[in-house]
Design a protein around this ligand. Structure first.
Ligand code: PLP
Length: 416
């Protein structure tokens, strides 16, 4: 440690010192959404450890975690069965000259779990999977146009990143937009694409940052399917965020709508880096022809983690459990807000909740709420959907509600 750092350490938190060091050697101190400067005051940027539903920052403060690593953690951090599978596979080797037996085992698990799927391929990140889906759809149809809902997140590659820096118009040349859940705008975009429509790409529900979450209407889901059937385009569902949380068979299964291609990542390996594309036989040949690969896409450890995760999700009905915990949180927040006389809106499936305040265009209330709740040990988010995990028990939810009550107090004390 330099003398300067030693002096700083007496006055600054470990997090602040790491930010200071990072600012010198990492552009902006941190990339993308993980720059804690985007979060309410007091949020740490750096974490030291995690276990179950609790995360610990580098200053030793512990929080009940409602972000679950922004989605990848489904069963709780360091789930013992997943970690045991990881250790056993790691002892044999992770990065080999090609895939291990575990790849075929896992592909069989996926195909057995997903009614829409006849095959599956693996990648690392959600963006790999959404991009591969689009490439396969274009290869299969020999068409170019891709319909996406305005504001939907599908990854951080040039064709889909929410930023415009470094992106050319050509990168987006064949994207057309519609409004999620708006059948008329969907039809207009389909007409606009005409004979060049390769695919309609949709998230399982509308989970755009900062606005109320919206489940798909049955009418919208059916219209997406019909538009694809009428035109021969591929229906791609982006399940990267929702996968294994709403319905392990696929989020639109209860709506009676099956995708042709589906992108998975985040929770499928409970925190280990893995993504997948699943598809039906109509797209098998195209999926064989496209050249998609990556140096780390065969990693056996993440696949072993995914096998354990899928098995537990299946055997213990994780979606039903996290839904029950999410409902407990939702009801608790509603009654606290009521008691404090504060108007809130809760939206989304209970497993992936969002709470917004009325009359809060600049998110002042949301930020004050989250900062105070954080100080009392609950890690929440004011604008992004949150995540429940199978490690959240009723007493954890109740402890988080206690923290949230301080959040509501802070909102009441805000000056207009
Ligand atoms: C996170 C996410 C992605 C991108 O996944 P990465 O692993 O970050 O590349 C794509 N689609 C949705 C819906 C996501 O939530």
């Amino acid at each position: 440690m330099t003398k300067q750092a030693a002096v700083l350490s007496e006055t600054q938190s470990a997090d602040a010192m790491l930010r200071e060091r990072a600012r010198r050697v990492v552009p902006g101190g941190m990339w993308g959404h993980l720059n804690a400067a985007r979060l309410p005051a007091g949020y740490p940027q750096f974490f030291a450890s995690a276990e179950g539903c609790r995360v610990r920052d580098v200053d030793g403060r512990e929080y009940i975690d409602f972000m679950c690593s922004w989605g990848p953690v489904l069963l709780g951090h360091r789930h013992p069965d997943v970690e045991a599978a990881v250790r056993a596979q790691a002892a044999l080797g992770d990065c080999l000259n090609g895939p291990g037996e575990v790849m075929v085992d896992l592909a069989e698990d996926f195909v057995a779990m997903l009614p829409h799927a006849d095959w599956v391929m693996f990648q690392k990140n959600g963006g790999d999977a959404t991009t591969a889906c689009v490439t396969i759809a274009r290869a299969a149809t020999s068409r170019r146009k891709v319909l996406v809902a305005r504001g939907s997140y599908h990854g951080a590659l040039p064709w889909c990143t929410p930023s415009v820096a470094g992106v050319t118009t050509e990168d987006r040349a064949h994207l057309l937009h519609f409004e999620y859940n708006d059948v008329a705008s969907l039809r207009a975009a389909v007409d606009q694409a005409g004979k060049d429509l390769a695919t309609i790409l949709v998230t399982a529900f509308r989970h755009d940052m900062g606005r109320d979450l919206e489940l798909p209407t049955a009418e919208f889901a059916a219209a997406v399917r019909h538009a694809c059937d009428d035109t021969g385009a591929a229906l791609i569902i982006d399940e990267v965020r929702t996968g294994l949380r709403l319905d392990i068979r696929g989020s639109w299964e209860t709506l009676g709508v099956r995708p042709d291609l589906c992108a998975w990542s985040k929770a499928i390996a409970n925190g280990y880096a893995l993504a997948a594309v699943s598809g039906n036989d109509r797209f098998r040949e195209a999926a064989t022809k496209v050249f998609v690969t990556g140096s780390f896409w065969c990693g056996t450890v993440a696949m072993a983690a995914a096998r354990a995760t899928l098995r537990i999700a299946r055997e213990t009905d994780v979606p039903a459990y996290i839904r029950a915990m999410g409902l407990r949180l939702r009801e608790g927040l509603a009654s606290l807000a009521d008691r404090h006389g504060i108007a809130i809106r809760q939206s989304g499936p209970p497993q992936m909740p969002l709470m917004l305040f009325d009359d809060d265009p600049e998110v002042r209330k949301g930020r004050a709420f989250c900062s105070a709740a954080l100080r009392h040990g609950a890690f929440l988010h004011p604008q992004h959907n949150m995540f429940l995990s199978a490690a959240h028990g009723p007493s954890d939810i109740d402890a988080a509600l206690e923290a949230a009550s301080h959040g509501f107090k802070a909102v009441r004390e805000l000056r207009p």
